[in-house]
Design a protein around this ligand. Structure first.
Ligand SMILES: Nc1nc2c(c(=O)[nH]1)N[C@H]1C(S)=C(S)[C@@H](COP(=O)(O)O)O[C@H]1N2
Ligand SMILES: [Mo]
Length: 337
């Protein structure tokens, strides 16, 4: 199923500048995918690219993922003329407070989180609630690659090739009742493996919770991701299942999900609990509404250094205005930040 998206995010394969490419790496590392033949290689994955984009570390994909990957629809959505962030940056500059507050902490500490077996609960206002082993949960879904901008509220950004499926497909399947108005997500809570949950970091009331309005969740850009860079998600990026909503600040894209609930009332989210005047429920990327302590008009695109800070103008809805602006017609985006 190819989702038809208008101009801004619809593009030709040649529009993506694959700075640090990964697909061809899969050709070299077929064995890392459980010895299965890797099909559906993009036509531009030639030997030159294989040499240039060799920075993706292979992972240990669970069987269900290795079996699904060859049927993935590659580049179902891309960005135009912007380089994909190198794998190393996307996996070593993270926010995942369960594993510490430093950008390098998740890469260092998340290895101990066991993602197999994993179960997901779907409950609340749905006709078909359930508790699923992840491999069963994933059975109905066809994987797609979505290359999206990720804009953190801290004014840095990346371009990440996710692998996942539209949240709307899950929603249609579980059949929200007429009372369901919002969707609420919960991250794993396990102080044994998550040092951030046992340290005195009492600012956060665990587990990490995020939510969307139901119509936002139904937007074709909202996905649940299980992979990135042609492989499964690394733990520090929210394995084995995370949300990705590219038009919102990164903190909405909750990681390592164990529970998905359809609810009547707007969920109380983690960042609202920390500082409601700084982090709102909507959290739409908006260059015209500054954070109380810094401007949101610009962002540092990673990789970014002292001598090449790589500053860009931040775009309304992170560049996805054509696709999502209609969700907010009549809503005061200054009040509903
Ligand atoms: N459970 C959980 N999810 C989370 C976070 C977190 O601390 N805990 N951080 C959020 C923030 S602030 C950002 S910017 C993104 C970062 O995703 P990435 O590390 O995969 O780039 O994850 C979001 N999801
Ligand atoms: Mo963030």
């Amino acid at each position: 199923m190819l989702i038809k998206l208008p101009k801004a995010s619809d593009s030709k394969e040649s529009d993506v500048t694959p700075e640090s490419f990964y697909l061809s790496r899969r050709a070299l590392l077929g064995s890392s995918l459980g010895g299965l033949a890797v099909g559906a290689l993009a036509p531009w994955a030639n030997a030159d690219e294989a040499a240039r984009y060799a920075d993706v570390e292979p992972g240990k994909a669970p069987q269900w993922f290795a079996e699904k990957l060859p049927q993935t629809q590659w580049q179902a959505v891309t960005v135009q003329g912007e380089a994909i962030t190198p794998f190393k940056d996307a996996t070593h500059y993270n926010n995942f407070y369960e594993f510490g507050t430093g950008k390098g902490d998740p890469a260092q500490n998340a290895g101990g989180m066991k993602t197999e077996p994993w179960s997901v609960v779907v409950d609340g206002e749905v006709s078909k609630p359930g508790r699923y082993a992840l491999e069963d949960f994933m059975k109905p879904y066809q994987l797609e690659e979505r290359i999206y901008r990720l804009r953190c509220v801290e004014a840095w950004s990346m371009v990440i090739p996710w692998i996942g499926f539209p949240l709307s497909v899950l929603l249609k399947q579980v059949e929200p009742t007429s009372k369901a108005k919002f969707i609420r997500f919960e991250t794993l809570q396990d102080p044994k493996v998550m040092p951030g949950q046992r340290s005195g970091f009492a600012l956060i009331d665990w587990p990490y919770v995020e939510g969307l309005r139901l119509d936002e969740a139904m937007n074709p850009l909202a996905i649940l991701a299980v992979g990135m860079y042609g492989r499964e998600l690394p733990n520090q990026n929210g394995a084995p299942l995370r949300l990705v909503v590219p038009w919102k600040y990164g903190f909405k894209s909750v990681k390592s999900i164990v529970r998905i609930s359809l609810v009547e009332d707007q969920p109380k989210t983690t960042w609202q609990g920390i500082a409601a005047d700084e982090y709102g429920f909507y959290a739409n990327v908006n260059p015209e509404v500054d954070h109380p302590r810094w401007t949101q008009a610009r962002e540092r695109r990673l990789p970014s250094g002292l001598f090449s800070p790589n500053i860009r103008e931040t775009r309304m809805f992170n560049g996805y205005e054509d696709e999502v602006a209609s969700l907010y017609s009549g809503l005061d985006l200054r009040k509903n930040y």
